[in-house]
Design a protein around this ligand. Structure first.
Ligand code: ZN
Length: 254
């Protein structure tokens, strides 16, 4: 049996309410032994904490996601250190910047992002980063904080941006997008990147693989990501599984 870790899955999402236990069972059958579930807003944290309490493989991260900016309040930033300290957090996340979606106040995004990076420094926890049209700025922010560890989830940047992240010891989270044949730039990066910086993820319920376009994504479907990554790299799925799971365990301490 493989020991795979889905390093980014929003399993508290309402789209799993009707069949969550069956979804966990399918994940187990597929050899997914653990999942990291990142928070998106204050309301998500207690949902994630109770998932963690009730499922052995679930590991919690707490954070305020840039796309949910309208939900965030300054009091939520005040609450976060306590959650990071008391609720078995393996990371601060999902945090970051999103300059793709129009109408999100960039400066307010930055303020929430930087305050949460401070908390990661204070706690020593790794960060789970969202960087859409913002890889450059997110990398600069990380660079200013020596010793910060983490992953840029659903990496979609250039080869040079990938190199800059490895130099800082950061990981790239690779999921469904790598299964799309037209994703040439991403597939070239994944084919040649140092395996020690590669993490597998689904981003469930979002970002399904090419042949499941439009469907709800779930951890069991990470096997398609594993296959695609192994094929691109000319390695066996078992080798890629073992290396990426070891990376995830090292980064998140699980
Ligand atoms: Zn996410």
């Amino acid at each position: 049996m493989r020991d795979l870790i889905d390093t980014h899955a929003h399993l508290d999402d309402a789209s799993f309410d009707a069949d969550r236990e069956a979804m966990f069972e399918r994940a187990r059958e597929a050899g997914i032994s653990a999942q990291v579930v990142p928070g998106v807003d204050r309301a998500s944290w207690s949902r994630i904490d109770s998932l963690r309490e009730n499922h052995a493989g679930v590991h919690a991260a707490y954070g305020l996601h840039p796309l949910f900016l309208d939900n965030h309040r300054d009091t939520h930033l005040d609450d976060l250190p306590r959650w990071l300290g008391d609720r078995h957090a393996v990371a601060v996340g999902e945090i970051g910047l999103d300059f793709y979606i129009e109408g999100l106040d960039a400066d307010r995004q930055r303020r929430f992002f930087h305050e949460q990076l401070d908390m990661a420094e204070d706690t020593g926890l790794p960060v789970i980063l969202h960087a859409r049209r913002a890889v450059e700025e997110v990398t600069q922010a990380v660079k200013k904080r020596a010793g910060l560890r983490g992953v840029v989830h659903s990496f979609s940047g250039s080869q040079e941006q990938a190199n800059n992240l490895w130099k800082l010891g950061f990981h790239l989270g690779i999921g469904g997008p790598v299964t799309y044949e037209r994703a040439h730039r991403l597939r070239d990066i994944v084919a040649r990147m140092p395996i020690e910086f590669l993490l597998l993820e689904t981003d469930a319920p979002d970002q399904p693989c090419a042949h499941r376009r439009g469907q709800r994504n779930e951890p069991a479907f990470m096997l398609d990501v594993l296959e695609a990554v192994a094929t691109l790299r000319g390695e066996s799925p078992d080798e890629v599984a073992a290396a990426t799971s070891a990376n995830a365990r090292r980064l998140f301490g699980i």
